[in-house]
Design a protein around this ligand. Structure first.
Ligand code: FES
Ligand SMILES: [Fe+2]
Length: 465
């Protein structure tokens, strides 16, 4: 059986089920590294992590180790963090500033700066180049491997190994509306004024897919956070978060694999929220005045707000907390999570401090809510590995066939309520399309694919959509 045959037919979109094998099987996991992680847009970092010339930040793209650099000319690059001589992990720090990466193994050195060689990442120095190599080594051919497609999207840096991939904005589609809200300054200014307040990293014994399919809108699992609600970590002293306006729903993009939970759009000037941060008057005041400035600045535009997942492995919360999480695969039954925290750069220090404490009490390895999720995912992985357990599919039938097009946003569907598993199915459908090795024309639905299964929606709506 070929790997593609092994990896297809595992998701049944029509019936709302998926094989457990995709969460535990080693061959499928290996296939994912090629079919999903080598072709998707992946979050690498944030420009605020490399503000100065020669700054670098070591990151990952799936299993690949990469270095995000800013060269002397201010340009951003993403380089594979493995020495071309004999594979040593070239840069072993998490972040820093350097003009040259020198390999700890045999000391080949690579430029971060286009002034030293024609392009950053080229092999610059080799010990014994004259005597030992008799000057015969062609240094221009042994530079670091470069990620061919990189984009700075509102401060976030994304990379894609596939030169033929569509532009990031086409890949994101309508999901941009929520991502923009998470990334932009609270007062409505475009990104720029936002920085990351650190990154937390940890490993857990679960399959990586549990995270994106949870954060894409698994509201029914709120029952597992009951204990966090009871200890009242919320910034007004109750529950986990402050109250939000009514009318939230699950929204998803069946052709793109993204989705989340959010609110139907409303004109910015009409978008009101219940008071927040009751225990911290200065923070409450900061957000109130930022919201007022936003209403004024973006008057007449639609306010879209929500949290969710961008296929395959990047998820974000837009407000409480305001964070990004990337689920890096580390084998079929292990995931390395990286959680980034976002704050307005010019917020007062005491506001940043309250947010830092609240966000970390919610998310990250010490966050009470995150700990519940991690326990769910690792225990589900463990209980799905057995030979018998693997034969029994997971169920995603909540709300199956009750999704409808959300007319204001082309390509978007919604459940008109928060409890629905439409988005998990949307993500799995996309995963399945990638695992079939489809062309980009097929993946972006520019052409029809024989045998493609339409996303299940209400009969009458589906025909008019
Ligand atoms: S492995 Fe890097 S110099 Fe040899
Ligand atoms: Fe959760």
């Amino acid at each position: 059986m070929t790997t593609t045959e092994r990896s297809t037919g595992l998701v049944d979109v029509r019936n709302g089920t998926a094989s457990r094998e995709i969460f535990v099987d080693d061959a499928i996991y290996r296939d994912e590294q090629e079919k999903v992680f080598s072709r998707s847009w992946l979050l690498v970092g944030h420009e605020s992590q490399i503000p100065n010339p020669d700054d670098y930040y070591v990151s990952r793209m799936g299993e690949e180790q990469v270095i995000l650099t800013r060269d002397k000319q201010g340009n951003i690059h993403v380089l594979l963090n493995t020495c071309t001589h004999r594979g040593m992990k070239l840069c072993r720090y998490d972040e820093g500033n350097t003009t040259l990466f020198t390999c700890p193994y045999h000391a080949w050195s690579f430029s971060t700066d286009g002034n030293l060689v024609s392009t950053p990442g080229e092999l610059f120095g080799v010990p014994g180049y004259r005597a030992r190599y008799h000057e015969a080594l062609d240094k221009t051919k042994w530079g670091l491997v470069r990620v061919p497609r990189i984009v700075n999207y509102r401060g976030t840096i994304w990379g894609n190994w596939d030169p033929d991939a569509p532009d990031l904005e086409d890949y994101l589609g309508g999901m941009k509306m929520w991502l923009d809200f998470a990334l932009d300054h609270r007062d409505g200014r475009d990104a720029g004024g936002v920085v990351l307040a650190g990154v937390q990293k940890w490993r857990v014994g679960c399959n990586w897919k549990f995270a994106p399919t949870n954060f894409i809108g698994d509201v029914a699992h709120v029952v597992s956070h009951r204990s966090v609600d009871m200890v009242n970590i919320g910034p007004s002293g109750a529950g986990r978060r402050d109250d939000k306006r009514d009318g939230a729903s699950v929204f998803g993009w069946p052709d793109l694999g993204h989705g989340g939970t959010g609110w139907a759009g409303a004109l910015e000037e009409d978008y009101t929220q219940p008071p927040s941060f009751g225990r911290f008057p200065e923070v409450a005041e900061y957000f109130e005045s930022a919201r007022a400035a936003r209403r004024e600045r973006l008057k007449g535009r639609f306010h879209f707000q929500g949290k969710g997942t961008i296929f395959p492995n990047m998820s974000f919360h837009e407000e409480q907390p305001r964070t990004i999480i990337v689920a890096h695969p580390n084998g079929p039954c292990e995931t390395e999570f990286w959680r980034y925290y976002l704050v307005d750069e010019d917020a007062p220090d005491n506001v940043k401090d309250v947010l830092r404490r609240y966000f970390m009490s919610y998310s990250g390895p010490a966050g009470l809510t995150e700990q519940d999720d991690l326990e769910n995912w690792s225990a589900a992985t463990e209980a799905s590995r057995g030979r018998v357990a693997r034969d029994h599919p997971y169920n995603y039938q909540m709300g199956l066939g009750y999704s409808e097009p959300y007319e204001p946003v082309p390509g978007c569907v919604w459940a008109r309520q928060l409890f629905s598993e439409q988005n998990q199915l949307i993500w799995l459908k996309r995963w399945s399309e990638f695992m079939q090795g489809r062309s980009w024309d097929q993946l972006m639905h520019r052409v029809e694919t024989p045998g493609d299964v339409p996303f299940p929606m209400l009969e009458a709506e589906a025909t008019s959509a």
